[in-house]
Every structure is written in structure tokens, then in C-alpha cells.
Design a protein around this ligand. Sequence first.
Ligand code: CTP
Length: 130
Amino acid sequence: MKKVITFGTFDVFHVGHINILERAAELGEYLIVGVSSDALNFSKKKRYPIYNQSDRMKIISSLKFVNEVFVEESLELKLDYIKKYNADVLVMGDDWAGRFDWVKPACEVIYLPRTPSISTTEIIEIVKMT
Ligand code: CTP
């Protein structure tokens, strides 16, 4: 069984998130999603996500094409997670193109094009302005 793994914050869930998860699932038979922790987001962006990690995980778990969800505690542990979950393919959005090629000895790496014109950051900005 081909296992696919992907990672993200998936805050303020939107159609770009659905599209990448749906396409990632089509690349194998089992989709595992690492949802980045609240602490990891704070350390990266100096703000907490709008939805906390347990709510973000609940949303992702409820999708019909997602088989397993876990909390991603550190960006540097990608290879450990790939091994732990026996993933055959790592999928990332092409905003990360080339950045994870170093895990290639362990698994295939595929960067999928982002859905144009939508992001969590942009949604937050629009809501703040209105
Ligand atoms: N993604 C995508 N298309 C978009 C937005 C996100 O394919 N329009 C993908 C990202 O490439 C990533 C996954 O969805 O693989 C999770 O991305 P995340 O960073 O959580 O979402 P963003 O909307 O990009 O959030 P932010 O604006 O906070 O960076």
C-alpha cells in the first residue's frame, strides 16, 4: 500500500487546503497529515493560529480522503516522521519547492502547485479590514 505524507498548519481551513490534500491522496492509497503544533507556529510566525491544534486536527481528521493525523512538533523532524509512518511519498505545496529534496533517499518528494489567490494570511487580512 502506497503511503503519502504531507504537512501544514491548515489554519482557517480553506479550499486551497482541500485541493492539496485531495491531490496528495490521489498519489497513493493512504494519506497521513502532520498538523503543525500551536507552539511551532508561534516560534515561526510570532502569533498563534486562529484555530488551536486540536481543532485543526479535528477538521483534517474528518476529511474522507485523510486516513491519519498527527501533531508536527518540529520542522526539522520531517525525516523522522517519514520513517515513523513508513511514508513512500512526501507531498508539499510548491511554495516549498526544493526545500525538502534532502529526504529523497528515504522517499519520493512531490511538490504540487498551490491553488492561486487564497491563503490563510490573506483571509485574516481581509477579515481584519472589513
Ligand atoms: N496550500 C495550497 N494552496 C493554497 C494555500 C495553501 O496548496 N492556496 C498548501 C500549502 O502549499 C501547504 C498546505 O496547503 O502544502 C498547508 O498550507 P498552510 O501554510 O497551512 O496554508 P496557507 O494558506 O498557505 O497559510 P499561511 O497564509 O498562513 O501561510
